[in-house]
Design a protein around this ligand. Sequence first.
Ligand SMILES: *Cc1c(COP(=O)(O)O)cnc(C)c1O
Length: 356
Amino acid sequence: MKKHNFNAGPSILPQIAIENTAKAVLDLNGIGLSLLEISHRSKDFQAVIDEAVALFKELLNIPEGYQVLFLGGGASLQFAMIPYNLLSKKAAYLETGVWAKKAVKEAKLFGEVNVVASSADKNFSYIPKNFTVPADADYFHITTNNTIYGTEIRTDFDCKVPLIADMSSDILSRPMDVSKYAMIYGGAQKNLGPAGVTFVIVREDILGKVERAIPTMLDYRTHIKEGSMFNTPPCLPIFTVKETLKWIKSLGGLKVIEKMNIEKAELLYNAIDNSKMFVGTAEKDSRSLMNICFVMKEEYKDKEEAFMEFAKNRGMVGIKGHRSVGGFRASTYNALPKESVEALVACMRDFEKENA
Ligand SMILES: *Cc1c(COP(=O)(O)O)cnc(C)c1O
């Protein structure tokens, strides 16, 4: 049976990226060796990482003055590396979910943290709108896509202090203005590649301002200086990221990707909004294009398990909602084909016919 992969992360990747990775694992570019058994300092791997960086810069139109890094440790290590490198006195954070809270927790180890607004009062079902970022903050940290709750900030806004964004789950989902940000980072395993590599896009001029000593491995300047090769980088995940970037380019870039993402999301949100049984959990003006969260209305709550089973029998994978929201979550990342959303919509409609 055809599987429709709605996993939240690690999650669906372009088939071509998976196939080309499999080939490179057997034999990289016909050199008679596996990608897994060559030096990261070989010219064959250097070409891989160079191409990944170049494609990143090209697709996102990254201006001069920024560096693209591929590191280990996940987005979670960035929660600590950011304040380690950038927080002198005070930093501002927008609290839009559990990942944002984890970032706040680490920052508190390094200085004063001003949480400018939070949507915790309604289980993070919306993006707060009215907040003021203190002008003396060293930076302002946001989470653009809240993977668990299905809310997203989709505009690149002006900020008086350096703006830092965790884009783990919506990087490369739309064209964006990188110049509005001082730093963008995320784990690759949502929309970009396999688990194991973290991307960091950083404007160099924000670095080197804190007075504390920074361990070599946690200092962004180390990785900039060494081209992400201070130590052995995650070679295989970087290869797959490169293949995903090539796939995005082959489709026509981020404008095309965004259009596809909007189409998919509208299809599913319309089905939810027109349903007797299902209801969305995120406020409409905060809805994510990447993670679409919905539950059964009160009168049908007892049917959630039955729907999970029904959907599973139709090949739907990974639609169980995160435990802190419940219900269902369909992750509609770049690589998810529209047919999978159509299949899910049909599944919801048919279940409703039988049960509502
Ligand atoms: C998954 C996720 C993380 C955590 O990423 P790791 O790479 O597992 O550390 C952080 N932020 C967001 C928004 C996420 O979706």
